[in-house]
Design a binder for this molecule. Structure first.
Ligand code: NAD
Ligand code: MG
Length: 298
């Protein structure tokens, strides 16, 4: 391993050869068909036992930020249950293979987060298959831009909220009875919660909701020894962006407006999830950790 996440580097010069082209895929998209390929940390993430023996459930774990988190968790010693849509089996199997190489247990549980019954079954399968649960990462999400509010169909509005908000609610509610003190819940919000784009009205609204949900629940569960936090990514190169997450004309310059001057890679998000999952963040609750390439958040 020539470079790992601890290597002293100029962050503005990392990924200097990253040069995305216009491209489109139908939702939910396959990372296997995305070019350039996002960095999931598969060649770089070095674990050091920070999650030894922990048992994690991660939604949207087949690709992007969820996949990078699954790989990092596994290398830190956690068993991992992966949630994703059935159409993403190819990506999921690829990531599950990398997770397994870390010597931990991996479980793949495809299904639709818009379905409450699936969310409950997912948690049960994770608990049964891993022998318990003490980390929940609500990360699965839907983002489809529309230039006008009148172009957001009732179905899209419903799907975005069902996936991003209801799925998180259903998974968390089902998980709660299984979580012992010391357990951690991490939700994926976004810079969009603070700087909503005019073309992401429904999506940005769900991300603000996720922030409020996180901060309210954190206060409720902290006395029980369960910490709830969130991660707010900025522009990260994932398949979400080419499945109508952004207009085509924004793909080529994606992320260049950030102070660091480039898009982030999923590998650069994973350490934030590891920190919030592990006991080293024992006094951190109700926090949203921004990983935005320097774009300010409140
Ligand atoms: P991604 O497409 O790789 O991951 C999103 C995953 O969500 C998919 O892989 C899919 O498994 C899951 N998903 C979507 N709809 C689902 C459904 N109905 N049922 C079950 N699973 C479903 O993209 P990503 O960028 O890694 O996204 C992960 C999270 O990060 C999302 O919550 C997204 O909103 C958030 N986020 C991404 C960015 C970014 O720039 N990429 C920025 C801020 C926040
Ligand atoms: Mg995917």
């Amino acid at each position: 391993m020539s470079r790992d996440q601890y290597t002293f580097t100029n962050p503005a010069e990392l990924y200097a050869d990253f040069d995305p082209e216009k491209q489109k895929q139908p939702e939910p998209g396959l990372e296997a068909k995305l070019h350039p390929k996002p960095d999931l940390g598969e060649d770089t993430y070095r674990g050091s036992g920070r999650l030894q023996g922990r048992k994690a459930l991660i939604t949207g774990a087949d690709s992007g930020i969820g996949a990078a988190t699954a790989i990092a968790f596994a290398r830190e010693g956690a068993d991992v249950a992966m949630s994703y849509l059935p159409e993403e089996e190819e990506d999921a199997q690829h990531v599950a293979g990398i997770v397994k190489e870390a010597g931990v247990t991996v479980l793949t549980v495809p299904g639709d987060l818009r379905d409450a019954a699936y969310c409950r079954d997912l948690v049960q399968q994770a608990v049964d298959g891993l022998g318990g649960l003490d980390i929940v990462v609500n990360n699965g999400g839907k983002q489809v831009f529309q230039e006008s509010l009148t172009d957001i169909t009732d179905e899209q509005f419903d799907d975005t909220f069902k996936t991003n908000v209801y799925g998180m609610f259903w998974v968390t509610k089902a998980a709660l009875p299984h979580l012992q003190p010391g357990s951690t819940i991490i939700n994926t919000t976004s810079i969009q919660a603070y700087q909503p784009s005019e073309i992401l009205v429904d999506y940005a609204s769900t991300k603000a909701t996720i922030n409020a949900f996180t901060k309210a629940l954190a206060q409720q569960l902290a006395p029980k020894g369960i910490r709830v936090n969130a991660v707010a990514p900025g522009p990260i190169w994932t398949v979400l962006q080419v499945t109508e997450g952004q207009p085509q004309e924004k793909i080529e310059s994606f992320g260049q407006q950030t102070p660091i001057g480039r898009a982030g890679q999923p590998a650069e998000l994973a350490p934030a999830y590891v920190f919030l999952a592990s006991a080293e963040s024992s006094y951190v609750a109700g926090e949203t950790l921004a990983v935005t390439g320097g774009s300010p958040t409140p």
